[in-house]
Ligand binder design. Structure first.
Ligand code: SF4
Ligand code: SF4
Length: 478
């Protein structure tokens, strides 16, 4: 009999997580973020090994009245291969070294200036549009060329316009679009343009132009007027809801390129997730609504308190229940947070790092310096090179490797470690002054939310898999 069947075998608890949906036992395979339905044999083996370690022979004896030795042996092999069962021999700990940066997304901070003065704005370098530091066309062009040099083999490149308010430097956006369209066509590469805007500067001409150039648009709006106007105000202190709504409705009426999403910032006192979604989706007509709860902003007084954050996640679950009931009827309610989680589960995403910042994406400031992402431009965190000289590979590789190393951290055995991966670098930077420190302050809420996502995904898969086929991108080959 093969050697795997002889030693005392144990369950590797931190690699599996069981979720019950109705009467079904589901196994969330932590290393690959994949979900399996447990059959009777696998479930029985897991129960037996959870009770105490035992050899393969003992398992055959214990389960032999119900299953054949060959079935038991085969299932055991699968569990060992999935790292769910171990004979206790240590696998050498090998940390991947990062020395390649396949940057396919470049975020251009086109102007540090903004025409609004939202009270919670985290941007430490924010200024009025006229005082803002504007990016030159040469810097933007060099940023695109830097991306092409760093990652020449990508099929598709993404150019993101960010600010301040990006539309306060409209001229540059036009120049970059002309340049990129010609350059990517010459190389035979695909590209897309993305922009998050406060919408106040959108005119009909501009909307038509963005549509013609296929921009992915996301509009910052926080909900009904009383909520939105609390924080999103003009420099003179006036609420912007009426203007933003009017412009958003014009976009929604004419935009054909892609679905337009609303991006909601949830700060202290704002926890009505369902009410906000209902307003933005059903009254204004956004295709998608995504919520960004602020837990570690630069301005402490805007952070959600622990009880408020719990209320936000409760709201996510209530809205999530509605998402599932509508998905079972074939309709997508555009709740981006759950939709993304279900996409990650369906595609079996294994995230060793929390996001693409520094690895697949870099943000360029007006001086051409390279930042981890848009939230770090203007911060005190040292930059990682510049668009002319390229990436400081040693410094960036070292930074990312610290986050990759989970041994000894609270994330090492966390069941959602390959979905959360320690959380947003900027949240960590704001909270601990160290972007490589994991974000530990709402782990239980995150784990509970992922459990909810697993149950939601499995219910949809069981009762209306066509929704997944139509609304979630196809599963990629592993
Ligand atoms: S930050 Fe918390 S929830 Fe995220 S992986 Fe680490 S321990 Fe898990
Ligand atoms: S570091 Fe945080 S804010 Fe920046 S891209 Fe990653 S998740 Fe987003």
């Amino acid at each position: 009999m093969p050697s795997v069947l002889n030693p005392v075998l144990k369950l590797v608890e931190h690699n599996l997580h069981e979720v019950r949906v109705q009467d079904e036992r589901l196994l969330f395979h932590v290393p690959s973020s994949s979900l399996f339905a447990l059959d009777d044999l696998t479930g029985s083996m897991i129960d037996a090994l959870r009770a105490e370690g035992r050899s393969a022979g003992q398992l055959v004896t214990q389960l032999g009245t119900l299953f054949s030795p060959a079935e038991i042996e085969e299932t055991l092999r699968e569990l060992v291969a999935l790292e769910l069962v171990s004979d206790g021999s240590e696998t050498p700990h090998a940390l991947p070294k990062i020395d390649a940066f396949p940057i396919s997304t470049v975020v251009l901070n086109v102007n540090t200036g903004c025409n609004l003065a939202c009270s919670y704005c985290y941007k430490s370098d924010l200024a009025a549009p006229s005082d803002g530091k504007k990016m030159s066309f040469e810097t933007a062009r060099d940023a695109v060329e830097m991306m092409l040099r760093e990652a020449p083999d990508e099929k598709r490149y993404h150019v993101v316009f960010f600010g301040g308010e990006p539309l306060t430097h409209r001229k540059l956006i036009g120049q970059v679009v002309d340049y990129c369209e010609a350059r990517f066509a010459e190389l035979g590469k695909e590209h897309d343009f993305v922009m998050t805007t406060n919408a106040t500067l959108l005119t009909d001409e501009l909307i038509a132009w963005l549509d013609a150039h296929d921009f992915g648009l996301s509009i910052s709006i926080d909900g009904p007027q009383a909520i939105h106007d609390k924080n999103r105000r003009t420099v003179g202190g006036f609420g912007t809801y009426v203007t933003v709504r009017q412009r958003a409705e014009r976009v929604l009426a004419r935009y054909r390129a892609r679905p337009v999403g609303a991006r909601v910032t949830l700060t202290t006192g704002v926890t009505d997730v369902e009410g906000i979604w209902d307003h933005l989706k059903n009254e204004i007509g956004f295709a998608e609504v995504g919520f960004a709860p602020v837990t570690s902003g630069d301005i402490d007084t805007f952070n959600l308190s622990p009880s408020e954050l719990r209320a936000v996640f409760d709201g996510f679950k209530t809205l999530g229940e509605y998402y599932v009931s509508e998905a079972l009827a074939g309709r997508n309610i555009g709740f981006s947070n759950l939709h993304q989680l279900i996409t990650d589960l369906h595609e079996g995403h294994k995230k060793l790092l929390p996001c693409g910042a520094g690895l697949k994406m870099l943000a360029v400031d007006h001086q051409g310096k390279l930042n981890l992402c848009h939230r770090f431009t203007g911060s005190d965190l040292p930059t990682f090179g510049n668009v002319k000289d390229g990436i400081q590979r040693d410094a960036l590789g070292k930074f990312l490797s610290i986050r990759l190393e989970r041994e000894g951290s609270g994330c090492a055995t966390c069941r959602i470690r390959n979905l959360c991966s320690g959380g947003c670098y900027h949240e960590s930077y704001s909270r601990y002054g160290d972007p490589s420190h994991p974000v530990y302050h709402y782990c239980d809420l995150m784990r509970d939310w992922v459990d909810f996502g697993i149950a939601a995904y499995s219910r949809i898969m069981a009762h209306n898999p066509g929704f997944i086929d139509s609304h979630i991108s196809p599963r990629r080959p592993r």
